[in-house]
Design a protein around this ligand. Structure first.
Ligand SMILES: NC(=O)c1ccc[n+]([C@@H]2O[C@H](COP(=O)([O-])OP(=O)(O)OC[C@H]3O[C@@H](n4cnc5c(N)ncnc54)[C@H](OP(=O)(O)O)[C@@H]3O)[C@@H](O)[C@H]2O)c1
Length: 270
């Protein structure tokens, strides 16, 4: 990756919980030097302490990137430790749900390059997807640097407008939890049909994982893949008649769920 600036000037992680650790694990696996990483976190995990990165040793003078990965509620307490880096070449890269770029510009300085990103936790296994959008101070080279960094933990998409972030949060940011719940409920339904719990869970996990991979890798779109496995009057069709019901099937349910998440993201911004 084109990350020489990060190796040279360092990267700061403000907050290293679930999301920060998922991304850091991906970067270290991709070859980022632990000595280039400066973490600020009040309760560093055992995993983090074993990585060899700088922990709570302050921050370098002019890091290439400062990743902000604290909960939106903790932002007010956490951001002052970054103020000295504001209005400089350090790119602030925030993964906080619902916190708008304008909030960082107010706290860190209006001349600060700020990129808002929405990653997801499959980043921990290099299979994340991150959407990014920057303010007008961010240069194309800085945007490419953030893109390259995030690409180490999965795919990257660029948004045209920050307003798309609420919907992105609701689809891919929160989405892994919906899929985990699909696994849970598919396994429970298998158990209700008489299978032992562990067998039902093994079937559900492999089915969701395998079908997800097939949907991503196949030249055919997911609708066609679905049609391909649905014989007329067969077993799949019987289930799909329930799941595809416009009133109480997946379409209505996911529309409501995604709207609830997007609404919450808009609320957090206030
Ligand atoms: N989890 C996801 O799937 C996901 C997806 C996309 C975006 N995000 C975003 O990622 C951000 C972090 O979420 P998370 O799930 O990783 O939360 P988390 O596990 O709670 O991680 C936040 C970390 O920040 C630490 N922290 C708290 N106050 C701090 C301070 N003043 N200075 C430095 N560090 C501080 C916390 O320490 P303590 O535990 O001691 O408080 C914790 O280790 C959130 O803004 C969230 O919206 C998360």
């Amino acid at each position: 990756m084109s990350l020489t600036a990060i190796e040279q000037h360092g990267i700061v992680l403000l907050g290293c919980g679930k999301m920060g650790s998922a991304m850091l694990a991906g970067w270290l696996a991709d070859g980022l030097s632990p000595s280039a990483v400066w973490v600020l976190d009040p309760n560093p995990s055992d995993w983090l302490q074993g990585t060899g990165v700088h922990i709570n040793e302050g921050v370098p003078d002019a890091p290439a990137i400062a990743l902000i990965a604290v909960k939106p509620q903790m932002m007010g307490d956490a951001l002052p430790s970054m103020a000295a880096l504001g209005n400089s070449n350090t790119v602030f890269l925030s993964v906080a749900a619902g916190t708008p770029i304008s909030a960082f510009a107010s706290a860190l300085g209006a001349q600060s390059p700020i990129i808002r990103a929405m990653p997801n936790t499959p980043a921990a296994i290099g299979r994340g997807i991150t959407a990014i959008v920057g303010n007008e101070i961010v240069t194309p080279a800085q945007m490419d640097m953030a893109d390259a960094l995030l690409r180490a933990v999965g795919q990257v998409v660029r948004l045209e407008d920050e307003s798309q972030m609420d919907a992105v949060t609701a689809v891919s940011g929160s989405g892994p939890a919906y899929v985990f719940h699909l696994v849970e409920t598919l396994a429970a339904a298998g158990k209700a049909e008489g299978l032992p719990a562990d067998l039902a869970m093994a079937l559900a996990k492999a089915t969701v994982g395998g079908a997800g991979q097939l949907a991503e890798d196949s030249d055919e779109n997911p609708s066609q893949l679905r049609v391909n496995v649905t014989s007329p009057n067969g077993t799949t069709q019987a289930a799909l008649e329930v799941l595809m019901n416009e009133h109480d099937g997946f379409p209505a349910l996911l529309k409501r769920a995604v709207k609830a998440a997007a609404d919450r993201s808009r609320e957090l911004a206030k």
